[in-house]
Design a binder for this molecule. Structure first.
Ligand SMILES: [Zn+2]
Length: 219
């Protein structure tokens, strides 16, 4: 099943993305490319993660690429590899540049991009306002278009660590935080908080695979 999904993705993505974008002219794909990433995971026990990174807030492409590199390094401790990272810059109306549930639902539905999708937004209009938010399956029942997405506002600190932290929320389908010193899933993001326990890694790979967000490596 996993192998078939990988093979089918590019065609599905193109079809959904471009037809939907044409039908909603206010969302215009200005650029898209695959960023340099490690080779596909074929080693025993590795899990492959493909990311879609979407700039809707006027970010610097190099900043996004660097964040993905840092996140890949952090997630590698769980034998998890980012095997492809697609970057898109999308011009959206001012109403859709921030994370704001009703507008962001419209955007995610119109684009229909591969999940997990990380949106680099201008800001947030949510209350309370967080620099970054992750929406899994458990907290998307009233907003299904946002399942398996991350929303990061410009100015978020420690961007690569923040990206890894939010991706773990999505992959675990859990909003839990832990108090263990140095753990990535501490409530406060910090350069010192990058570690994941074997139990967390096991949960990431089990839940992420079950939800179709990770492709198991070859055993
Ligand atoms: Zn968190």
């Amino acid at each position: 099943m996993a192998i078939g999904l990988i093979a089918a993705l590019p065609a599905v993505l193109t079809g959904i993305c471009c037809d939907a974008a044409a039908a909603t002219p206010e969302f215009h794909i200005e650029a898209r490319r695959v960023l340099d990433t490690p080779a596909p995971a074929t080693d025993r026990g590795q899990h492959a993660l493909t990311l879609t990174l979407v700039d809707i807030g006027g970010w610097n492409e190099a900043e996004i690429r660097e964040a993905a590199t840092v996140a890949a390094r952090i997630l590698a401790q769980c034998s998890l590899r980012i095997t492809e990272a697609e970057w898109l810059r999308i011009r959206v109306p001012a109403s859709h540049r921030d994370f704001h549930t009703p507008r962001s639902r419209e955007l995610a539905q119109a684009l229909g991009l591969r999940k997990p999708t990380v949106y680099f937004a201008a800001g947030t209009r949510q209350v309370p306002a967080f620099d970054a938010e992750a929406i899994g399956r458990g907290n998307s029942r009233t907003r299904p278009e946002l399942a398996d997405t991350v929303w990061i506002a410009r100015g978020a600190r420690d961007l690569g660590i923040t990206l890894a932290h939010e991706l773990v929320h999505v992959l675990m389908d859990s909003g839990e935080h832990v108090n263990a010193p140095g753990n990535l899933m501490a409530a406060e993001t910090s350069p010192e908080n990058t570690r994941l326990t074997p139990a967390q890694c096991a949960r990431i790979t089990a839940t992420g695979t079950r939800n179709g967000l990770l492709q198991p490596g070859v055993d």
